[in-house]
Design a protein around this ligand. Sequence first.
Ligand code: HAM
Length: 426
Amino acid sequence: MSTKIQAVRGMNDILPDEAQWWQAYEATVEAWLARYGYRNIRMPLVEHTQLFRRAIGEVTDIVEKEMYSWRDELNGEDLTLRPEATASLVRAAIEHNLLYDGPKRLWYSGPMYRHERPQKGRYRQFHQYGAEALGFPGPDVDAELIVMCAALWRELGLTDVRLEINTIGAPEERARYRADLIRHLEAHQDALDADAKRRLHSNPLRVLDSKNAAVQAVVASAPSLMDYLGEASLAHFDGLRALLDAAGQAYVINPKLVRGLDYYNLTVFEWISDRLGAQGTVCGGGRYDGLFAQIGGKPAPATGFAMGSERLIALMHDAGRAPRARLPDAYLVAQGEGSYAYGFRVAEALREAGFAIVQHAGEGSFKSQMKKADASGAWTALIVGDDEMRADEISFKPLRREAPQVRMARARIAETFAAALARLRD
Ligand code: HAM
């Protein structure tokens, strides 16, 4: 016997019972995005490696160690499975000149790939919905993005997802801060762990959110980025806060929140749940006004977020709001010469009228077919046998209510079936 082939570690199958939750989640999210005027856009899963290196930043966990990259020898191209989609979206917006007639609100969804250490809530193939507002410079649209998330949590029945916000200012302000932060960290080298030491010169801002207690003690006495911000940056942040306050949206300002991707400026935010253990961030985003220019486009302000589907669906499970599956309206049982083809015509007519019909396939006695009908969860069984075919009729047998079995003419079966089903469900 050959050895069994299993799924790749960190990449999960989503089986039908679970997929039902995904479908409920996806329907809710997509209707919600439409209500805020966001339009769908779809980008490839594979992009040139250079796109992510430039957009996300050379000295980030993602680019340093988490990308699925390879060389396509046939074309001599370096390619990468997307670890996120903001870079792809901006690439597409530039390539197709999407902003030629003004700002755009766009959303995307799908799998992302990061070679992280798999654990609960962290996978190597995971899924995101992302919303990006392109061409809007003001804090109003940042506030809109944040407030719309809150509306989604309510709709999904999630109660304790909290909001952290911060501002990381403009690049020049960050550069000045960075120099002082490096000086501070250098002065406390001995207390830093290997990770912090490595990041000290390459990406010192990431030392701020270190989980190491000794490093945190050094960070506590470090200068604060907020003190380096100029008037414009502060005004932008004040504007955001005023709008959140006006909307009644609670938040905590976390001065250590810098996010793991380098394209951000000004607003950054995360939505966090304490019900998911270590991987509690369900949504993260912020402003990335420099990204268009950074990947070769005309400068354009932009802001957005992405949320992790696996984590949000785990929270839906936790909240116990089970989605209702669509059960078949009828299970079609057929017995006798020519009954399958006859039944198939009946089933097709009903499906065309919008009913969900499962037709029995394969052999099986009447009794065993009826057992399958019951197990399918269908409301009714439709039965086709020699008698029925002779009379050009179908037997209709309610399965979930005490009600008599009746015969229905095949002509106008959709109307008759609809009326009978409606009476049963009343
Ligand atoms: P991110 O923070 O890297 O941001 O990811 C966003 C969300 O995706 C996270 O908050 C988390 O819920 C989910 N996520 C990330 N990695 C994993 C993983 N390995 N397993 C399961 N879920 C994961 C971005 O991707 C940015 N593109 C967000 C953005 C959009 N910023 C501006 N626009």
